[in-house]
Design a protein around this ligand. Structure first.
Ligand SMILES: Cc1cc2nc3c(=O)[nH]c(=O)nc-3n(C[C@H](O)[C@H](O)[C@H](O)COP(=O)(O)O)c2cc1C
Length: 492
């Protein structure tokens, strides 16, 4: 007999039921609920980004929540006291005063405070709730496996809002299917956390989440489909081989995709300007992945009607597309940045996109678009006072006194190297992605003397779809997400 969470699971996917287009998760807040909703309404899979939603929700509330969307979502949260506490802490009727800085959210740790856990759960709930509102299409949420501390609480919030798909990239998501099974039953879960400077003899370090302790009892939650985002045949094969890690499908992502990319395999080889060199070994053996018997979507430079058809002809379920949606009207990318890139594309310029192996504190290569006034400009980097006050990419480490500390290679070197014993070489070229991506999402922190945190824009290497759609309607930009669907699926 399947248990209740299994019964609640959507039916196994079969050819006809798959959405052909997955709108890829794009953090931070680029794949906003508005974008995911627009895509899901069209019968495709819209995915919100689950990255740093605690900060995003707190900032939207501090900006006054002019349209009332956040407050409407909060009112639907199943435990009203929790939603009320979040509202009381962050909501500013009428928004911040000019130049007023955002109040920051507490940084997460292995034993986070109740307030920070509540904020993560509520923020993930709200994003999915809003993406699902007003239609009966399917909605997904995307997480980076590397961002470990909020993961359990984010998943719980998304499940409470009845998310249909959970997509996980940037790391090995082997534990996620099992976590979803347990969370759907409201059972307690734990996630082991890699802690530098410790060995297995020190005991395991873990984040724990007890849905019942947090929310009280309630009915089982629907167990969403889980799609693993992979860039290697071995990872896909390994995940599929074990029933406990077998996902419900794969997104196979090429190195041309926007955001973080898997590092190339084998010896570290770079171009003269430090970009990773990918070779034949980095190419996924698609027939081998298809032979695992799970639906597969192809990602990275797949945004064309021909690519969609080729993917279907090859036996894939469809494609996952990011960049073309990132520059659509509904995306959360800052309007001025969006406009600047679109105007230059319409004028015939191809944006320069680098794969930067140093920028991201995660250590993964990260795609950076060269845009004036952003951290793609070394002068802007040099002028930025180094500060770490969001900490989403901090990782735990064992301090000399035996306690656990947290550090990020993009934090001020005096802290990372001087106080926390990190390796200096590790800090080279790192960018504060937390603050930069908040700015790219139109939620920049204000610093003293009218200084605003600069943005960093990420996108895939292939702008063909952006150019084609934007040039077909140069007086009506940014184009709606509908235009991307119409372009990809001309007969839909
Ligand atoms: C602005 C932007 C942010 C992204 N952020 C994420 C992310 O947070 N998590 C993730 O799994 N993929 C992320 N991606 C990758 C997309 O989900 C998608 O796989 C990719 O963009 C597909 O390639 P394309 O850009 O050539 O269409 C991001 C892509 C873009 C353009």
């Amino acid at each position: 007999m399947p248990d209740a969470s299994q019964r609640n699971r959507p039916p196994p996917m079969n050819g006809a039921a798959h959405p052909v287009v997955v709108q890829g998760g794009m953090g931070v807040a680029v794949s906003s609920w508005q974008l995911a909703r627009a895509v899901s309404r069209r019968g495709q899979l819209g995915a919100v980004s689950g990255t740093a939603l605690d900060v995003v929700a707190a900032r939207r509330l501090q900006d006054g929540d002019a349209d009332g969307d956040m407050r409407r979502a909060l009112a639907a949260f199943p435990v009203p006291d929790i939603a009320q506490r979040v509202l009381d802490t962050y909501f500013l009727p009428g928004g911040r005063d000019a130049g007023q800085k955002y109040r920051n959210v507490p940084m997460l740790t292995l034993q986070p405070s109740r307030a920070s856990v509540e904020l993560v759960v509520v923020a993930n709930f709200c994003e999915v709730f809003l993406a699902k509102e007003g239609h009966d299409g399917v909605v997904g949420i995307n997480y980076l496996r590397k961002i470990e501390l909020p993961l359990l609480f984010g998943l719980l919030g998304a499940l409470l809002a009845e998310v249909d798909y959970v997509l996980v990239g940037a790391g090995n998501p082997a534990e996620v299917p099992g976590l979803l099974d347990r969370l759907a039953r409201r059972d307690g879960v734990a996630l082991s956390i890699r802690t530098q400077g410790t060995t297995s003899k020190d005991g395991s370090f873990a984040v724990r989440c007890s849905p019942r302790a947090l929310l009280g009892d309630g009915p089982p939650l629907a167990r969403p489909q889980m799609l693993a985002i992979v860039s290697s045949t071995d990872l896909a094969t390994g995940l599929a081989a074990d029933p406990s890690s077998r996902p419900d499908g794969f997104v196979v992502e090429a190195a041309s995709a926007g955001g973080h990319n898997a590092p190339p395999r084998g010896a570290r080889q770079t171009t003269e300007d430090g970009q990773p060199i990918y070779g034949e070994r980095d190419e996924v053996d698609l027939p081998a992945v298809l032979a695992l018997g799970l639906p597969v979507w192809l990602a990275g430079g797949q945004a064309s009607p021909d690519a969609v058809q080729a993917a279907l002809d090859a036996g894939a379920a469809g494609v996952q597309v990011g960049t073309a949606f990132a520059f659509s009207a509904e995306s959360g990318l800052d309007e001025a940045l969006k406009r600047r890139v679109l105007d230059s594309v319409v004028a015939g310029d191809e944006p320069v996109v680098r794969t930067d192996w140093r920028a991201s504190p995660t250590g993964f290569p990260f795609k950076v678009v060269e845009v004036d006034g952003t951290l793609s400009d070394p002068q802007v980097v040099q002028d930025r006072p180094s500060v770490c006050d969001l900490g989403a990419l901090r990782t735990p480490y064992r301090r000399p006194d035996g306690d656990i500390g947290y550090r990020c290679p993009a934090e001020p070197a005096a802290q990372y190297v001087g106080r926390k014993g990190g390796r200096e070489a590790n800090t080279e070229g790192r960018q504060c992605l937390c603050n930069a991506l908040m700015s790219a999402a139109g939620l920049p922190q204000q610093r003293p003397h009218d200084y605003e945190e600069p943005a960093l824009v990420t996108a895939g290497a292939d702008f063909t779809a952006v150019a084609s759609i934007a040039r077909s309607r140069p007086h009506d930009l940014p184009y709606p997400a509908d235009a991307v669907i119409d372009y990809l699926l001309p007969r839909s």
